[in-house]
Design a protein around this ligand. Structure first.
Ligand code: ATP
Length: 230
């Protein structure tokens, strides 16, 4: 579904991505892990079209999308949940969700999203700013789902959440994969991300250092030492 080949990107003169190749097949949950500053967010932003690329190609659904604007990529089905959630605090939960359909999708998906996240249904008329961190993360994911993504890009969904909520968020993400959503997941919590993923990539200083089946990466001595605190 997604095929990134030899991608390069830079911030001014500083390279942020070099020769990055990555693939996400239909229905797969792929985890992208690595240290702070490795380039994970930059890669997601390059795929969604908000970070310019200097080299390489991005193919999605058989077509080259590297030159499409961000909005056209959303229309094609690539929807990103940004780091830090970025819900609209002064708006209700329901209105935040409806905003998810600005470029793609339909408000009739509200019931399906409430079915996936019942806590949001209970709070549909509350202001998003009054939700807990975990609920705001579910709202951010729900808003993306309103666009019926073909590919969901999740950036650090567990950031800032208490451990109990971290496992809840990861089990919801796993559930999304079970219903057929194709997902590229970036998270600092490498163990949790790889535990729910089919395959994984490890990034180091703007490059892919390792890739493989998520289960194999979880047992890889190098990965365990560098990223899993083992
Ligand atoms: P994190 O988990 O901290 O977000 P990351 O793996 O997602 O890390 P990126 O945020 O993609 O990494 O950053 C990759 C590199 O690019 C880092 O060296 C970072 O300092 C740099 N960088 C990121 N954003 C900018 C920016 N707007 N201007 C300049 N350099 C940036």
């Amino acid at each position: 579904m997604l095929e990134v080949q030899d991608l390069g990107s830079r911030y001014g003169r500083i390279p942020a991505l070099s020769g990055v190749s990555l693939r996400v097949g239909e229905g797969e949950l792929v985890a992208l892990v690595g240290a702070n500053g490795a380039g994970k967010t930059t890669l997601l932003r390059a795929i969604s079209g908000v970070q310019p690329v200097t080299a390489g190609s991005i193919r999605f659904d058989g077509g080259d999308i590297a030159r499409l604007h961000a909005r056209q990529r959303v229309q094609a089905g690539i929807v990103q949940v940004p780091e830090g959630r970025q819900v609209f605090a002064p708006m209700t939960v329901e209105d935040n969700l409806k905003l998810g359909t600005f470029a793609r999708g339909n408000v009739s998906f509200l019931d399906a999203v409430f079915g996936l996240f019942p806590a949001l249904a209970d709070k549909r008329r509350e202001l998003a700013g009054n939700l807990s961190g975990g609920q705001q993360q579910m709202l951010a994911i729900g808003r993306a789902l309103m666009a019926r993504p073909k590919l969901l890009l999740l950036d650090e969904p567990s950031m800032g959440l208490a451990p109990r909520l971290v496992s809840e968020i990861f089990s919801r993400i796993r559930a999304l994969r079970e219903v057929g959503t194709t997902i590229l997941l970036v998270d600092q919590n490498a163990r949790a991300a790889l535990s729910i993923a089919d395959r994984g990539y490890v990034m180091e200083t703007g490059r892919i250092a390792l890739e493989g089946a998520a289960r194999e990466l979880l047992h890889d001595p190098q990965v365990r030492q560098a990223y899993l605190g083992a």
